[in-house]
Design a protein around this ligand. Structure first.
Ligand code: ACO
Length: 308
């Protein structure tokens, strides 16, 4: 049996810091409204998916003490690939000097959690190491004249290096789901901007987080008290609080970065995970719940043992 463990991590942020007050200069909004309704105080804008993803991956390789030639596969979770063809993963692969495969994966904001499961499966086929990246440039599909969406999103990337291990490894369980009948709730057409039915997304998000996280814990044979940390998709602080409350998870166990980075879609879980690691919030042996939801709708929850 082959499993995986995390051996490196890194992040990158858009080059320009944009505060709520900055947005209020051109939009009919305010720092108070954005902070109260979303928990977001600022976000970073700029860069490209390839540049952000490459920086995050390079840092992850440095932590792992590896170079691109040690990697068999670049797996990039993104909804905002820099071009339709080729994948942005190949641009990152070339920049890193990886000689193996490269693939973009689009499961919207659930993409990184989906990617963990895909990577686990690829490692079981005999690959040794995979760089898994979540990278987004949501500013390319954000209508900055629409206050209902412009205040929510940011650009950034997070990456991990995953290595094959003998035995079951550290991904203890996972639950993936989707419901394409809900695609009208959140979408962007080619060349268009993100459109969202915010309230419906909010309600459905809380529901799928609670259901999928509960199922993932049952599959792993653990309860909420066994969790050291929850790393949820960062869309809205109130979604995270509502999910914690319904799951019976102490809010102090939830990693929150939405205040600093806004919603960075597939980059939000790895950005939050990397901050949790660098802030010393994870000790060897800790159990972590990764849980995401996004356009589709899609959702994904996974239990990871932290064992770097
Ligand atoms: N500033 C000031 N007022 C605003 C703003 C703004 N930026 N945006 C909306 N408003 C107004 C609305 O026009 C409305 O005014 P009205 O009462 O006069 O009609 C009022 O504020 C309330 O608007 P609601 O949409 O009802 O506000 P709500 O509390 O639902 O918050 C929000 C909106 C933040 C979008 C919330 O619904 C939410 O977070 N939903 C989930 C979104 C989400 O998770 N998306 C990401 C999914 S994953 C991915 O995208 C890539």
């Amino acid at each position: 049996m082959t499993g995986m463990r995390v051996i490196g991590w890194g992040k990158a942020l858009g080059e320009k810091l944009v505060t709520n007050d900055d947005l209020a200069q051109t939009l009919d909004t305010s720092d108070d409204w954005i902070t109260e309704r979303t928990g977001i105080r600022q976000r970073y804008i700029g860069g490209s998916v390839a540049s952000l993803g490459t920086q995050a991956a390079q840092r992850a390789l440095e932590v792992a003490g590896l170079t691109g030639s040690d990697i068999d596969m670049v797996l990039l979770a993104t909804t905002t690939s820099d071009q339709i063809v080729p994948s942005t993963a190949v641009v990152i692969q070339a920049a890193l000097g990886v000689t193996g495969g490269a693939l973009d994966l689009n499961a919207a904001c659930s993409g990184f959690a989906y990617g963990m499961v895909v990577a686990n499966g690829l490692l079981a086929t005999g690959m040794k190491r995979i760089v898994l990246i979540g990278a987004e440039q949501l500013s390319t599909i954000t209508d900055f004249s629409d206050r209902s969406t412009a205040v929510l999103f940011g650009d950034g990337a997070g990456a991990v290096v995953l290595e094959a291990t003998d035995g079951p490894g550290d991904l203890l369980s996972s639950v993936l789901g989707s419901d394409g009948d809900l695609k009208h709730l959140l979408y962007a057409e080619h060349g268009g901007y993100l459109q969202m039915v915010g309230k419906e997304v909010f309600r459905k998000a809380v529901q799928v987080i609670v259901e999928s996280a509960s199922e993932a814990m049952v599959k792993a044979g653990i309860g909420v008290d066994d969790l050291a940390l929850m790393v949820p998709h960062q869309a809205n602080l109130r979604i995270i609080q509502a999910a914690c409350q319904r799951l019976g998870i102490d809010e102090a166990k939830a990693m929150v970065t939405v205040d600093k980075y806004g919603n960075t879609s597939a980059a939000s879980i790895p950005l939050a995970l990397v901050d949790a690691i660098t802030e010393g919030r994870l000790q060897a042996g800790d159990l972590v719940l990764l849980t995401g939801f996004g356009a589709g709708m899609t959702w994904a929850s996974a239990i990871l043992r932290w064992n770097p």
